[in-house]
Design a protein around this ligand. Structure first.
Ligand SMILES: *[C@@H]1O[C@H](CO)[C@@H](O)[C@H](O)[C@H]1NC(C)=O
Ligand SMILES: *[C@@H]1O[C@H](CO)[C@@H](O)[C@H](O)[C@H]1NC(C)=O
Length: 228
C-alpha cells in the first residue's frame, strides 16, 4: 500500500496536467474517471488521488499566499523608501569662532550666511549663500534665534532680521534700542513649502547680529511631513 501511494505521488509530481483534470472532473462529477468511481473500484488509487488533490490545493494555497506577501512587501518597501528619501533637516549657527564677531551692519539688505553647520541632510542648505532650498513639498518647521551685542551700554543695539521665503517676509524679530547692550529673540513657525522654495534670513539695513562659538544665532528647519 505504501509503495502504491509513493509511486502515485511520483506520478503526480511529473504529470501536473492529470492533477488538474482530476480536479476539474471532481467539480462536474460526471466523468468516468472521477475519484468517486476510482474509490468504488480501487481503494488504493482512490486514496492516492485524493492525496494528490490535497497536495495540489496546498501548493496553490501557498503559492497564492506567497505571492500576496511578496506584493505587500514590495508596497511596504516603496513606502519606506519614500519616507527615507523625504528626510530633510538643517540646523546652522552664525560662526564657530571663539572671539565675538558681528555680521553687519550693512548699507543694503543682506542674506545672513550661517557658517557653522550642526546638521545639513541632503546638503539643501548652502553655507555660501545662506539659502535653504526646499527639497520636496511639505509642512516644515522653521526656527530662527537672533542675538546681538552693542559692545557697551549706551550704544545702539540693532538685533533684527527677517525670516523669508522666496524673498517674501514670513516673520521679523526686531529689537532696536539704546537701553540694552545685548538682546535676543526667537521665532518658530510651521509653514507649507513647495519644492524649490528658497528659505533664508534677511538682515535689514543697519541691523547686526553678533556671535561666537556659544552659538547665540541659529537657523533651523526640518520636514514635519511631505505632501507630494
Ligand atoms: C505559482 O504560480 C506561478 C504563476 O501563477 C507559477 O508560474 C508557478 O509555477 C507556481 N508555483 C508553484 C510551486 O506551483
Ligand atoms: C561668547 O561671547 C560672550 C559675550 O561676549 C561671552 O560671554 C562668552 O563667554 C563667549 N563664548 C565663548 C565660548 O567664548
Amino acid at each position: 500500500m505504501q509503495a502504491i501511494v509513493f509511486l502515485c505521488l511520483l506520478e503526480a509530481a511529473f504529470i501536473h496536467a492529470n492533477v488538474f483534470s482530476w480536479g476539474k472532473q471532481e467539480e462536474s462529477d460526471n466523468g468516468g474517471d472521477t475519484p468517486g468511481n476510482a474509490c468504488l473500484t480501487d481503494s488504493g488509487s482512490c486514496g492516492c488521488c485524493l492525496m494528490q488533490q490535497q497536495i495540489h490545493k496546498m501548493k496553490e494555497f501557498f503559492n497564492t499566499t506567497l505571492k500576496e506577501m511578496e506584493q505587500e512587501l514590495e508596497k511596504t518597501q516603496t513606502i519606506l523608501n519614500n519616507v527615507r528619501g523625504s528626510r530633510s533637516a538643517y540646523s546652522v549657527a552664525l560662526t564657530n569662532e571663539n572671539r565675538l564677531k558681528c555680521f553687519g551692519p550693512f548699507r543694503d539688505d543682506k542674506i545672513v550666511t550661517y557658517k557653522h553647520i550642526f546638521i545639513n541632510m541632503g546638503n539643501s542648505y548652502n553655507p555660501d549663500t545662506g539659502v535653504f532650498t526646499v527639497p520636496r513639498s511639505g509642512v516644515y518647521n522653521l526656527a530662527l534665534t537672533i542675538y546681538s551685542d552693542a559692545g557697551s551700554p549706551g550704544n545702539t543695539l540693532a538685533a533684527c532680521a527677517g525670516l523669508q521665503v522666496n524673498g517674501r517676509l514670513l516673520a521679523g524679530p526686531r529689537e532696536l534700542n539704546m537701553q540694552d547692550q545685548e538682546d535676543s529673540a526667537t521665532i518658530v513657525l510651521a509653514v507649507h513649502l513647495k519644492a524649490g522654495d528658497r528659505v533664508s534670513v534677511n538682515l535689514p539695513i543697519g541691523c547686526f547680529l553678533c556671535d561666537n562659538s556659544s552659538h547665540y544665532n541659529t537657523f533651523s528647519g526640518f520636514l514635519l511631513y511631505s505632501t507630494d
